[in-house]
Design a protein around this ligand. Structure first.
Ligand code: 5AD
Ligand code: SF4
Length: 472
């Protein structure tokens, strides 16, 4: 399992560079399941739903592949290399199955949805293929496999939100939890496979979200991250009420001032001043917005079908700066999208200069089968040009990540303690409201889940280094 105190666990990492995480954490049951997850935070959250369904059906978890009766891999399709990684793991499972032929191998998630039954033809080792909206059907599919057939369910739903399933919290430290508030995406960005793998957008019942968050707080959790592909378009209603994202955020924030609230991901076309004002009004709504720009060029954004212009995006950034001056802004950026000119690339660089992001995930464009871009545009930027542009973006962003951290040096900030820092137990770590990792010398009386004040003394690009002031 990835170190639970590493930065990745707390960020929206729609990034296949995140290592697969092996499930541990459910105990009851006689049959054993081994589950590895890749990709974004939503996938990790889905694995918690899968774990819950499997526990109900008599499975316990094992971190030991060879011990498993059932091996699941929850997959990501966002870029080609994410899928390559899964293929590599299937090779390892093939070896394990040679030793234990009765072992069931299942592929879950986005790659299952994208490839459907074709995956069974290409990867003979796979027995079961199941898409992100079909997890309740897992017990039936396992029965089918037991009777000697291969099993597939990749039906996407317009309704499924798993609101009635209490996720089994995996791999955490009992302080931070992720709560899915909506599924799917209706945006159809031309480069993106997600609308095809996760289906139509739907919002989860607001009451089930609030009760899950309240329950987490009562169990001792101190931070919830509300997850969706596009949280700003959250809307749920019944006969009595209509709830938009700002209102949902406020309701979660009102559970307790001691419960921090984060959310991801915001879409620049949808983020409203009402959301920003709600953030400003509640100290416990963390001051960090992930607002992927993708490109700084209006013409490139048009080809990407992002439905906003460079000016619109800048206006949203200005609104954030006006309403929540201390707010961190992070981004996703794609280098070398179809037809990207040097001028368009320069616009992306100048956008980074304009926003001075606190952090960014930066990628080379990777063509995904079936997307609008794959069908209509040519993936015509040479690999070395993509690499050079990505390097330029990374170099610029690295400078600003450091600069933003330096701005915090000298300040005393409130940190939610998560545990020990990576390098041993002489340092503890946690995050400030802006989602920056802070380390400070270990205090005997400070535990994960405590709020402490720390004075920032120094920093690197990724971490703030501080001295302990007091426990709150
Ligand atoms: N190629 C490269 N990056 C992509 N992303 C989505 N699709 C692609 C693709 N085809 C990036 C976007 C998105 C993040 C989750 O992944 O930046 O915001
Ligand atoms: Fe993909 Fe765009 Fe939806 Fe994000 S908003 S998941 S990039 S289609």
């Amino acid at each position: 399992m990835a170190n639970q105190f590493s930065g990745n666990v707390f960020e929206k990492v729609t990034d296949e560079t995140r290592q697969g995480e092996v499930l541990q954490g459910i105990e009851q049951g006689t049959k054993k399941m081994y589950l590895e997850s890749y990709g974004c935070q939503m996938n990790f959250s889905d694995s918690e739903i899968v774990a819950s369904i499997m526990a109900e059906n008599g499975y316990s978890s094992t971190p030991n592949l060879q011990e498993a009766d059932v091996v699941f891999i929850n997959t990501c399709s966002i870029r080609e290399n994410a899928e390559q990684k899964v293929r590599g793991r299937l090779d390892v499972f093939r070896m394990a199955k040679k030793q234990k032929p009765e072992m069931v191998i299942g592929v879950l998630g986005c790659m299952a949805e994208r490839m459907k039954a074709k995956l069974l033809d290409e990867e003979k080792v796979v027995d079961l293929v199941i898409g992100p909206d079909a997890y309740k059907d897992l017990p039936n599919l396992l029965d089918q496999v037991e009777s000697g057939q291969k099993a597939v369910n990749v039906i996407l739903s317009r309704e499924e939100t798993y609101a009635d399933i209490t996720p089994v919290r995996l791999g955490g430290n009992g302080v931070l939890a992720f709560v899915t508030i909506m599924r799917g995406c209706d945006n159809m960005c031309s480069f993106c496979v997600v609308p095809f793998t996760r289906g139509r957008e739907r919002s989860r019942d607001a009451h089930s979200i609030i009760s899950e968050c309240r329950d987490l707080f009562e169990k001792g959790y101190k931070e919830v991250t509300l997850l969706g592909q596009n949280v700003d378009s959250y809307h749920w209603s019944n006969e009595e009420e209509n709830v938009n994202f700002a209102q949902l955020l406020e309701r979660v924030a009102l559970i307790s001032p001691l419960l921090r609230v984060r959310f991801s991901t915001s879409h620049p076309k949808d983020i409203t001043d009402e959301v920003l004002e709600t953030m400003a009004n509640h100290e416990n709504i963390c001051k960090c917005i992930h607002l992927p720009v993708q490109s700084g060029s209006t013409t490139c954004l048009e080809r990407m079908n992002r439905t906003y212009s460079r000016e619109w995006y800048m206006n949203r950034v200005e609104a954030i700066r006006r309403i929540i001056p201390e707010c961190a802004i992070t981004s996703d950026v794609i280098a070398g999208f179809c037809g990207e000119t040097e001028e368009e690339h320069a616009d992306t660089l100048s956008m980074i200069d304009f926003v001075k992001y606190d952090m960014s995930y930066m990628f080379k464009y990777s063509e995904r089968p079936g997307t609008f871009a794959a069908r209509k545009y040519k993936d015509d930027i040479a690999e070395e040009v993509k690499s050079r542009r990505l390097d330029e973006i990374i170099a610029k962003q690295s400078g600003y990540s450091l600069e933003r951290n330096k701005e915090a040096v000298g300040q005393t900030q409130k940190i939610l303690v998560e545990g020990f820092a990576k390098k041993g137990n002489h340092q503890q770590c946690g995050r400030n409201s802006q989602n920056k990792m802070v380390v400070f010398p270990t205090q005997d009386h400070v535990q994960p889940g405590d709020y402490v004040m720390v004075k920032m003394e120094d920093c690197s690009q990724a971490t703030l280094i501080g001295t302990f002031i007091e426990k709150l």
